[in-house]
Ligand binder design. Structure first.
Ligand code: IVH
Length: 698
């Protein structure tokens, strides 16, 4: 759809579009645009009406709240007092502008700051303390009667507790589905072969608007209350009047209603900004989703003085976090061949900014995931990037399809070496390229992996360097990596100088090996001396990651001994098991694998750990879990310290755990230890234990 430049026409377009989206958002249909894109439409409409006030009719979406009325199957109920919406601020500057307006009219004010819960609003009516009605917001004036469903929610009391109960009160709050419940519900749906829900808000809305309350009862919906609507005190409650917003929350809590535990009363933009940043940081650790913060003038007298527009109070503002879900176009689906030959489909999208970074690619894991998500090439898709989590394609926006989309099929051949792809075992989710020996993509990925931090940690050796070495014909595979010489690198354009130069008084000619190339050789020399377990990791045996590698290195002490061990001996090792034992045994049977080991050994790569005789085996037979951050140890060195003394370094606490070492910010593992009665050591006590063994007094 092309946008009109005539303000009147554009205004009409925007009104129509916004109304359609509102109807979907508040109704049963899944939204077709992201919250961020919707906010942008509203902002454009507001700006247009600011510039052309004659366009702002009383029924414009800038003046109204929620969905226009339609047939919904629920009885309509008029709210005694209208349910308002909130104006948005999309930056600290906009928050500051709001504060300035408030101060100008009423002087500097205390502000109640609280999370903006991403759920759906509800109005609960209590008469003489008894719940008589639960109503959705609807268009703000009239909502849907969902009383029967509300009664199934365990944290909404049938009867208010405490004293000072009003004759009639409307209590406003947000209904939400806790994230954990959402995840569990989706996991169950996927197990049953059904499509999962898109997000907790939609799920909560769908759950509250069930025709059958028995269905609602199975969804663990919760509520947080944050405002009062109509209020008739009668005689009984007359002296419970709250003078502040924070006071209202105390009254609500006194009546037995859930209120937010994250509310703070603050003054001044600096303190408020700090609150907003802190809340954004812990955005993903709350029990429910939040999409921002709500700021409310604390004094109710000042609230009255500031008043409201037709749709929102002037005494409150919603600060919206940058969006974590955006819409973009899925341009293509391609596949990547990994170091173990696994062929992984990934989406190529029109680049978009989400949660502060530009995203173009997102993994789609395997062909079944592509099917399950139901995405087609050309689809508008929901892309989500939550916090530090890698970006994920959530699913298609089906309503935005044009008919030009096309289905993707998994290629039958490896895009790198054209071998026919296979399932490792019948029924495997993953497809693999079986050509481990000669597939360039696999070879490059294996070489780059050797450089990664979890393996031999060769700084200069990444994906690009690995590709350059292979493409220049200097390396046929990883076998020759540690035998690389300066003459070899002189044949690799990435590692040679483009033009003559002078560095530290030394003349250097075009074609000479660059500083980076020399650093690679240096790094490789250091890498050869890394502990045995890192060498094992670097061999890219399937299923053999750092944990299994450490276990193998500790149990056998040398690569030679691991190779000589029988499958039974291997699987008897704690932390190894039959799958890994089988994988290790099969790996050594392959002749070109043996060639890698021989060439690495010839180049001086460590093939056995010297057992440090000076370290006493003080922890023989003990299982120890370290958690939180320790001052004198890294994650790796604490494991080394335990293992080299004969102990087992475990990642999870159980009844079999002998000690838990708790550093700073130790979390759930320390809690679990406490529950199970496992002794918890400080770092200092742990150091004593290392030296003296369990005889050490704790
Ligand atoms: S106060 C008169 N507080 O956000 C003020 N609203 O975008 C009424 N919301 O309609 C709202 N958390 O559904 C308030 N802590 C909170 C909120 C909150 C979420 C919702 C509410 C409101 C919408 C406005």
């Amino acid at each position: 759809m092309s946008e009109s430049t005539d303000p009147r026409v554009r205004h009409q377009e925007l009104v129509q579009e916004i109304e359609e989206h509102r109807a979907r958002y508040y109704g049963d249909d899944a939204p077709t645009i992201s919250d961020a894109a919707y906010d942008a439409l509203e902002r454009e409409l507001r700006a247009l009406e600011d510039a052309h006030p004659e366009l702002a009719e009383p029924d414009s979406p800038t003046q109204t709240v929620g969905a226009a009325r339609g047939e919904t199957g629920f009885a309509s109920v008029q709210h005694r007092e209208r349910m308002m919406s909130l104006d948005n601020a999309f930056s600290i500057d906009e928050v500051e502008a709001w504060l300035t307006r408030v101060s100008r009219e009423a002087g500097e004010q205390e502000v109640v700051c609280e999370p903006k819960i991403d759920g759906l609003s509800i109005s609960l009516t209590y008469e003489s303390g008894v719940l008589v009605r639960g109503v959705t917001r609807g268009d703000g004036t009239t909502g849907e009667d969902v009383t029967a469903n509300v009664r199934t929610m365990s944290d909404i009391p049938e009867r208010l507790t405490g004293s000072h109960i009003p004759a009639v009160v409307e209590i406003r709050g947000e209904v939400f589905l806790p994230l954990a419940a959402f995840d569990a519900l989706n996991a169950r749906l996927v197990d049953e072969g059904k499509p999962p829900y898109a997000n907790p808000r939609n799920t909560a809305a769908g759950s509250l608007r069930q025709k059958d309350p028995a269905v609602t009862a199975t969804r663990p919906l919760e509520v947080t209350t944050y405002a009062l609507g109509a209020l008739e005190w009668g005689e009984q409650g007359a002296d419970a009047r709250a003078e502040t917003q924070a006071g209202i929350y105390d009254v609500l809590a006194g009546w037995g209603l859930p209120v937010s535990q994250h509310t703070r009363v603050l003054t001044g933009v600096t303190a408020i900004e700090a609150f907003l940043r802190e809340l954004e940081d812990k955005r993903h650790s709350l029990v429910h989703e939040i999409d921002g913060a709500v700021l409310k003038v604390n004094s109710r007298a000042v609230q009255g003085q500031l008043g409201s527009t037709s749709r929102a109070p002037r005494w409150a503002v919603a600060y919206k976090f940058p969006p974590e879900e955006v819409h973009t176009r899925l341009e293509d689906i391609r596949v990547d061949v990994g170091r173990t030959g696994r062929v992984t489909p990934y989406g190529v999208m029109t680049p978009v900014t989400v949660a502060g970074s530009t995203v173009t690619y997102a993994t789609l894991h395997n062909r079944h995931e592509v099917k399950r998500k139901g995405v087609l090439i050309g689809d508008t898709v929901v892309l989500r990037k939550a916090g530090d989590v890698i970006p994920e394609i959530v699913g298609p926006v089906v309503a935005a399809r044009t008919g030009d989309e096309r289905e993707w099929t998994m290629p039958a051949e490896c895009p790198s070496c054209a071998s026919a792809l296979v399932e490792q075992k019948a029924g495997d989710k993953d497809m693999r390229c079986p050509n481990a020996k000669n597939c360039p993509a696999q070879i490059i990925d294996r070489i780059a992996f050797i450089g990664s931090r979890g393996a031999l940690d060769v700084e200069v050796l990444g994906e690009k360097a690995a590709a350059a070495l292979v493409e220049a014909g200097v390396l046929a595979n990883e076998a020759g990596l540690f035998a690389l010489t300066e003459q070899d690198l002189a044949r690799v354009p990435l590692f040679t100088l483009e033009s003559d130069s002078k560095k530290d008084g030394v003349e250097r000619k075009a074609g000479d090996v660059s500083t980076n190339g020399l650093r690679l050789l240096d790094n490789l020399a250091t890498a050869k001396t890394q502990p045995l377990w890192r060498v094992i990791v670097s061999l890219s045996m399937r299923h053999v990651g750092p944990t299994a590698s450490r276990a193998l290195a500790t149990a056998f002490g040398s690569l030679h001994a691991i190779r000589a061990a029988s499958e039974e001996e291997l699987s008897a090792v704690d932390g190894v098991g039959p799958t890994i034992a089988d994988s290790v045994t099969r790996w050594f049977e392959v002749d070109w694998h043996q060639d890698i080991v021989e060439q690495w050994a010839a180049s001086g790569v460590r093939m056995e750990d010297e057992r440090d005789q000076s370290v006493e085996r003080t922890l023989e037979g003990l299982t120890i879990v370290a958690t939180g951050s320790l001052e004198g140890f890294t994650r790796d060195s604490v494991k080394e310290a335990i293992i080299s003394r004969g102990g087992k370094a475990s990642g999870s606490v159980s009844k079999k755990t002998d000690y838990v070492v708790a550093g700073a910010n130790a979390g759930s593992k320390a809690d679990k230890a406490e529950q199970l009665g496992v002794p918890i050591l400080t770092e200092a006590q742990f150091v004593t234990l290392l030296e003296e063994g369990p005889r050490a007094p704790s």
